[in-house]
Design a binder for this molecule. Structure first.
Ligand code: PAF
Length: 294
């Protein structure tokens, strides 16, 4: 397959370099054209590799997959510019924290095959086009039932590139689980400017418990079988596994960049409102993050 990666941040460079390592044809889709752009990967072992790939300003007409690694709030503005040059054969894979981009994108591109993916691989951009793989995770991809064969082929290539990638028949459930983890970890680590592991301290336990309870009220009405207890366990596992890392929202607030509050807590609160449910702590955290946002 021929891949094009939109979004040369940590996750975009992580996938681009691993796909290139497996000799897949990969290019980047960037604002500035640069043929033979070097992308540097530092593997978990510390081993460094460099891959040359074209950074193009247009979608390649023969690309099979456009892997979109933008932040949620960048997705629609990007496609409003790109949508006229997207060939009908192009498979789009959305991979970002938070939710809420799929429905408007489907409206903009009603005939396009669009998949959603979520990853727990850890990556850090140490400089432009320089990525460090900081933690092994997994990647799950899913979409419409009629697109399963294509989706499985995409997941298979991703799996060869970065282990633990697979197709899911129930991607919504996986996206909601990731949303829950982001609702619990990102706002608190951003507001208190702490590393993920610090959330395991006893003073955060009541807040994490309440976030999980509030989240499950909405999730159950969305048809998801999640309990606050199992959710809290999963949140704690992720906080433990990524203990030394700063969450993405923590870094965005720290560097004064736009953040994903709208796609994470904002999305949850919007769903809650549709079900006429009040989520007092999530609402309070959402407002606190809004006040810290640029
Ligand atoms: O947004 C992030 O930083 C990550 O999704 C996660 C899982 C919270 C780990 O830091």
């Amino acid at each position: 397959m021929k891949w094009q990666i939109l979004g040369a941040g940590a996750i975009g460079c992580l996938f681009a370099s691993h796909l290139a390592k497996q000799k897949h044809r990969v290019s980047l889709l960037t604002k500035i054209k640069q043929l033979n752009q070097a992308v540097q990967l530092t593997e978990l072992t510390g081993h460094q590799l460099q891959f040359k790939m074209d950074a193009l300003t247009e979608i390649q007409h023969d690309a099979d997959v456009l892997l979109v690694c933008l932040k949620a709030f960048q997705v629609l503005p990007a496609f409003n510019v790109l949508h006229r040059q997207i060939p009908s054969s192009l498979n789009i894979v959305l991979m970002h924290n938070g939710m809420g981009t799929l429905a408007p994108l489907q409206q903009l591109l009603p005939k396009q095959r669009i998949f959603c993916a979520t990853t727990t691989h850890g990556a850090l951009l140490t400089a432009k086009f320089n990525v460090r793989h900081t933690g092994v995770g997994n990647t799950i991809l899913g979409g419409q039932r009629q697109d399963k064969a294509v989706g499985q082929a995409i997941a298979c290539e991703l799996d060869q590139a970065l282990s633990n990638s697979s197709w899911s028949d129930n991607i919504q459930e996986k996206l909601w689980l990731k949303l829950a983890i982001n609702c619990a970890i990102n706002p608190l680590t951003a507001i208190h400017q702490i590393k993920n592991g610090e959330l395991l301290q006893p003073q955060f336990r009541p807040m994490l418990t309440q976030i999980c309870q509030e989240f499950c009220q909405v999730a159950s009405l969305q048809g998801l079988a999640l309990t606050p207890e199992t959710l809290l366990e999963q949140v704690q596992q992720v906080a433990q596994a990524t203990a030394a890392n700063f969450s993405s929202m923590n870094r965005d607030i720290y560097h004064g960049r736009p953040n994903e509050n709208e796609a994470i807590l904002g999305y949850l609160l919007q769903c809650a409102q549709q079900h006429h449910i009040n989520l007092p702590l999530c609402q309070q955290l959402y407002q606190q993050v809004q006040r810290l946002s640029v």
